[in-house]
Design a protein around this ligand. Structure first.
Ligand SMILES: Nc1ncnc2c1ncn2[C@@H]1O[C@H](COP(=O)(O)OP(=O)(O)OP(=O)(O)O)[C@@H](O)[C@H]1O
Ligand SMILES: [Mg+2]
Length: 314
């Protein structure tokens, strides 16, 4: 994954897209890469998960080797016009701007394409020594429904535009997204029935689109391994022990019941993991639920777990 140039992190709401995207940024930076994290929906979560706040359209350094850029579609639109058509930013005040506004708002495709267009542009950026400005770009995508439209936006535009300057640029954007040597997607899921079903569907829909290559699925927030069954039995038996024994070990019965519940959650998560592995068609790595509380602490713990899990697979 870290050998690619662009990684899209996509999945259902709340499955850990932002946390996993931030963790990939940290791991890549620790490997000496210059990383750009991209927030597509501009909630500001990615920069928070990286211990900062408030990213904007200009890339801002949030950790050593990691910068974050927020892509509001409107700003992406201005930048796109400026970069590709050399339209000065002020020209948007003229009647011409209404034409551009129409293009950008009336049809969903162009607006979504601005997002992939900006990402492709950042991938192509070189410094004065002709070296890439970013070794890796990690995209914290919007929810699963919208991401399909975004990934396919350039392709959809190609069906509308038959020739000319714009077509060449859109072909180039689509080429960056679909090039599996450069670009890949990581899907995030949770060990519960609906997220697993929806992740399998998302993977199938991406394959049907024929857009981005999917390299793995992260099954996030796995419950911890329970104590061995024998130890749980001892604690469970305390529930029925004589009153004097229970009096000497206050709370033990409660611990026993909690451990039983933990074991049940673990079994059900394992069953969901098997279901996901059987159907998704890409490697699945598990990341445990971490006790960390702040954004950056959670990200760091998840980064370590993700590194261990991917190394264990090799
Ligand atoms: N492995 C983990 N252990 C503990 N907490 C986690 C873990 N992964 C994510 N979280 C927490 O779960 C919450 C949801 O995660 P996150 O924001 O990354 O999901 P998301 O898919 O980006 O959500 P949204 O769809 O709202 O953007 C966050 O509070 C995050 O800190
Ligand atoms: Mg998020």
């Amino acid at each position: 994954m870290l050998k690619r140039r662009i990684v899209f992190v996509a999945g259902k709401g709340g499955t850990g897209k932002t946390t996993i995207a931030a963790a990939i940024c940290l791991l890549a930076a620790r490997n000496g890469k210059e990383v750009l994290g991209v927030e597509v929906d501009a909630k500001g979560d990615l920069s928070t998960a990286l211990g900062s706040h408030g990213a904007n359209f200009k890339a801002t350094v949030v950790q050593p080797g990691v910068s974050v850029l927020a892509l509001h579609a409107e700003e992406a639109f201005q930048e796109y016009l400026h970069l590709y058509f050399k339209v000065p930013r002020l020209a948007r005040m003229t009647p011409l701007s209404r034409v551009f506004d129409f293009i950008a708002t009336a049809v969903p495709g162009p607006r979504d394409m601005l997002v992939t267009g900006k990402i492709a542009f950042e991938e192509r950026r070189r410094d004065d020594n002709k070296r890439p400005v970013w070794d890796l770009i990690v995209v914290d995508c919007t929810s699963s429904g919208h991401v399909l439209a975004q990934l396919r936006a350039a392709r959809a535009m190609l069906e509308l535009i038959r020739g000319g300057l714009i077509r060449g640029q859109i072909e180039w954007i689509d080429g960056v997204i679909t090039d599996s040597r450069r670009t890949t997607a990581v899907l995030t899921s949770l060990p519960e029935e609906m997220p697993v079903v929806e992740t399998i569907e998302l993977r199938r829909d991406i394959a049907r689109q024929g857009t981005v290559h999917v390299s793995m699925c992260v099954l996030n927030r796995m419950p911890p391994e329970p104590l061995p069954a024998a130890a749980r039995r001892v604690l469970a038996e305390l529930t029925t022990a004589d009153a004097p024994v229970r009096a000497r070990l206050p709370g033990a019965a409660r611990i026993g019941a909690d451990l039983e519940l933990g074991a049940r959650l673990h079994r059900s998560a394992q069953a969901q993991a098997r279901q996901l592995r059987a159907s998704i068609g890409v490697p699945v790595v598990q990341v445990p639920v971490t006790p960390a509380r702040t954004g950056l602490a959670t990200t760091r713990a998840v980064a370590v777990a993700l590194r261990d899990a991917t190394e264990a697979r090799r």
